[in-house]
Design a protein around this ligand. Structure first.
Ligand SMILES: [Zn+2]
Ligand SMILES: [Zn+2]
Length: 462
């Protein structure tokens, strides 16, 4: 009854000015605001708003299709709490602005939803359980359903170019699970069926036509491990895709291995709602092997014909995909003895470095350098190490490399050279040199200040 009363009286906002602590909210405040826009509020009272999502966790509430709260960070769709992106959920937890029963409900839900990967693996390996539930409903604005060529993901709401459509979460699983079958049922979970040795994935789809093999719907990223994507394992390839996903990162910072990995899936073009959500498989796989698509029917003018992985792309095709290609793909490329392209994985150390700020200029035609302009963030003293970073050895006969900085990547042709250090901010004039590179260990080099360098000054070395 009480909750019903709140609903009649409060407005929703994605950036609310109040929250519901059920025991303490004075009832009279409920009457200040109204959901009905035709009712004029008293001049001296501001509308009291709450985030309706915080009031609905794991219940049957269907939410509202669209939000018009006009908050700068409006989510545009009002949903149950469990469908919010994790950082938003965490924000409500951290600020303790969830109703107490919601905190409990959500804790239970999270336990159910994504069990720790080690538990999953143990249960699968031991065969101790025939029912492991990984509950992962398709997020709002997205649905998975049968299409004329199998399963597909569709948008059900509009998204703007660059907008995050959802934050995905996935598991690392051993390769042996690739032999299992992925079945899809209407209500939303993945489980192992001991009788059939199948991974069963429940989604809001019809139970027929939904058998998929796990090998196809996971990504092998080492000879022994693969990523299991849950609902979005059914995203189809297109050569002119509608979305991309940024690099996988651990959900719990620092937990690089054995944890749940998360990634943001963003719109590459404006979506009205109803379009198929597609990605380019070439950015996830260096070599698709048996999973390749011999003939692509995506219908794009720029269709590349066959989808076999990054390895098989032409140079222009690779260049076009560089902003999106996964690091694991580039690492595999570096290990390919027959490959003519090497990636220089580098600048995380620099990007996070407290001493320097760097900006990158695109390389000029035929140049072997990607120019990085480096400036001091702080005052650096003579003799101080500015940073140390990996040294990258080029294989003989390699004719181009991909230097990367922060999120930028460039494909650059270079003449064969034995070694490539990626800071080509060289001083032309001897007088202006203020730093020097020195080797420390075989695989590391460091840059040291030769003089005192004031914050904001360029760092230049020979
Ligand atoms: Zn809103
Ligand atoms: Zn195509």
């Amino acid at each position: 009854m009480y909750r019903k009363l709140l609903f009649d009286c409060l407005r929703h906002s994605c950036c609310p000015n109040a929250f519901v602590a059920e025991e303490t909210l004075p009832r009279k405040e409920c009457l200040v605001a109204s959901c009905d826009p035709s009712i004029t509020l008293p001049e001296d009272s501001a509308a009291i708003t709450v985030d309706f999502s915080t009031l609905h966790i794991s219940d049957g509430w269907q939410g509202f299709a669209h939000c018009t709260c006009a908050a700068p960070k409006c989510r545009r769709i009002i949903t149950r709490f469990e469908y919010l992106l994790f950082p938003i959920q965490k924000g409500y937890f951290d600020s303790k602005t969830l109703p107490p029963d919601a905190v409990t409900a959500y804790a239970q839900l999270r336990d159910l939803e994504m069990p720790p990967p080690r538990d999953i693996e143990k249960l699968f390996t031991d065969g101790g359980s025939d029912s492991i539930v990984i509950r992962q409903l398709a997020p709002p604005g997205v649905e998975v359903r049968a299409c004329p060529y199998g399963m597909a993901m569709y948008s059900t709401a509009p998204f703007r170019i660059g907008e995050t459509i959802y934050m995905g979460r996935n598991y690392e699983i051993p390769n042996k699970f690739a032999t299992w079958t992925l079945s899809i049922y209407p209500t939303g979970s993945v489980r192992r069926n001991a009788a059939t040795d199948c991974l069963e994935l429940d989604l809001r789809v019809t139970p027929q036509q939904c058998m998929q093999d796990t090998a196809t719907h996971t990504v092998e990223f080492t000879p022994t491990r693969r990523w299991l994507f849950i609902f979005d394992g059914h995203m189809n390839h297109a050569c002119d895709p509608t979305v991309y996903s940024n690099p996988l990162r651990p959900e719990v910072p620092g937990q690089e291995e054995g944890g749940i990995l998360v990634y943001d899936t963003k719109a590459l073009k404006d979506l009205r709602g109803g379009e198929e959500i597609t990605c380019d498989y070439n950015v996830f796989e260096y070599d698709c092997k048996e999973k390749g698509i011999p003939k692509c029917f995506c219908g794009a003018p720029a269709c590349i014909g066959a989808v076999r992985g990054f390895r098989f792309l032409t140079k222009p095709q690779r260049v076009a995909r560089l902003p999106f290609v996964d690091d694991a793909v580039l690492e595999e490329m570096n290990e390919d003895e027959a490959g003519d392209t090497q990636w220089v994985p580098m600048t995380k150390a620099l990007a996070d470095n407290p001493n320097v700020a760097a900006t990158q200029e695109p390389p000029g035609p035929g140049m072997c350098t990607t120019k990085i302009r480096m400036t001091a963030r702080v005052n650096i003293e003579e003799g101080q190490t500015i940073f140390s970073a990996p040294r990258f050895e080029l294989r003989e006969g390699t004719n181009y490399v991909i230097p990367s900085f922060a999120n930028g990547r460039f494909l650059t042709e270079i003449p064969p050279m034995p070694q490539f250090s990626y800071f080509f901010v060289k001083a032309l004039d001897k007088e202006t040199v203020n730093a020097a590179v020195s080797g420390t260990e075989k695989d590391l080099f460091e840059l040291r200040a030769l003089t005192n360098i004031l914050a904001g000054s360029d760092i230049r070395y020979r």
